[in-house]
Design a protein. Structure first.
Lengths: 202, 202
DNA sequence: CCTAAGCTGGACCGTCCAGTCCAATGAGTG
DNA sequence: CACTCATTGGACTGGACGGTCCAGCTTAGG
């Protein structure tokens, strides 16, 4: 699977991925062409196929990985410190701000949708990326438990899954309609309910 | 905007929409071609452009409308009777069963995504369809209030928005990964939290 | 150096596909 | 019957786009 890449090769490959990711964000997965990517990265077609022999699908998968890493990276300082309700609020603000700024531009969701439907192998990778994302949310919930701010019997698995689903759904609706109201509502409701579970115990 | 259509014309138009909707469900929005639709509906290309002069986009929008009507129609007997927790459970089962059976086939979500990004006019229609869907959920919550099973101060707007978002997110993840776990988790969590709000009041 | 490898440019190909055009047919109306 | 307009079939077009090929250049390393 792995090819020999010199430092220069790696640099080019990364340049292509980063540039292509931008193009995808601007244009949307379903509309991006290799020519767009070429124009935006100043790479020739042979370069594209040199670094991504399986063609467009392979490139898109690489972009999806890059974007997923980016998302986790961005949220890491917040996600790693979810040990107070105030921290949750800050994280919520970050998520909403991020996606509102991106507007109806194409983030991870559409990429996942597109890539996940391509091949079983790609789907497995998408599953793994979502799992990581969800796990980082789960860690946040567990640290609330550790801080004594949430009871031990919270179903961490289900809460984190529901939270991730709310984000994905909210973003999907944001893309389809251009409105972030649903993303806000779903996130706020999820967090409020989580918070309420702290006091609803006997 | 409206053209003159004889009864025969209407029949043909409807046949095209219904058949094309099937094709979209099987093939996925982004992969459907007009030739597919032609083969599946036994219509000629001139018929397609006769009934949908603006071409593929207009056809897809009509399909989205058709599918949205279908979804609301399917759920109407359940949504109209959400006046007990048992009814909510039955509705939940229906939703999950429906989407699990469709599997990773392309339902409304992707259509909305695709159509909504096409033109502002189409986007407005998508917004309206989502609003209707959400409203029917809101009606369910209100009937629970009317039955005295939910307190009056429930934020119906936000609850229904969050519920709709959970469904959309769950379906998006189902399509990307082939797994319905997130849909289940999000729906169950949403309903459980709603239910809990009934007893968490002072 | 030299030579084998990675790297790059860009012309080229084959296919797919939305959309156009026109001629032929059918049905409603005077 | 004649006239009109909706309806239908299907060949054709023009362009977009993924992917191939090869020839020329760099770079690593002996």
């Amino acid at each position: 699977m792995e090819k020999k890449l010199t430092a220069k090769g790696m640099a080019t490959r990364n340049r292509i991925i980063a540039g292509a990711a931008e193009v995808v964000r601007e244009t949307g997965v379903s509309l991006v062409t290799l020519d767009d990517v070429m124009a935006h990265t100043r790479a020739s077609k042979s370069q594209l196929f040199h670094y991504f022999p399986k063609g467009k699908d392979e490139l898109l998968l690489a972009i999806a990985q890059h974007e997923a890493d980016q998302v986790l990276e961005d949220q890491k300082p917040y996600l790693g410190q979810l040990d107070s309700w105030d921290a949750w609020r800050k994280w919520r603000d970050l998520v909403i701000e991020r996606y509102e700024k991106q507007g109806d531009r194409c983030p991870l969701g559409s990429l996942f949708l597109h890539v996940g439907r391509a091949t079983p192998g790609a789907r497995a990778i998408v599953v793994e990326m979502l799992r990581q994302w969800q796990e980082s949310l789960a860690v946040g919930i567990r640290s609330m438990q550790a801080a004594g701010l949430l009871p031990e019997d919270v179903d961490v698995e289900r809460r984190s899954a529901a939270l991730l689903t709310s984000i994905q759904g909210g973003v999907a609706i944001l893309q389809a309609t251009g409105q972030s109201a649903h993303l806000r509502a779903a996130l706020d409701q999820s967090i409020e309910d989580l918070r309420r579970s702290a006091v609803a115990q006997p």
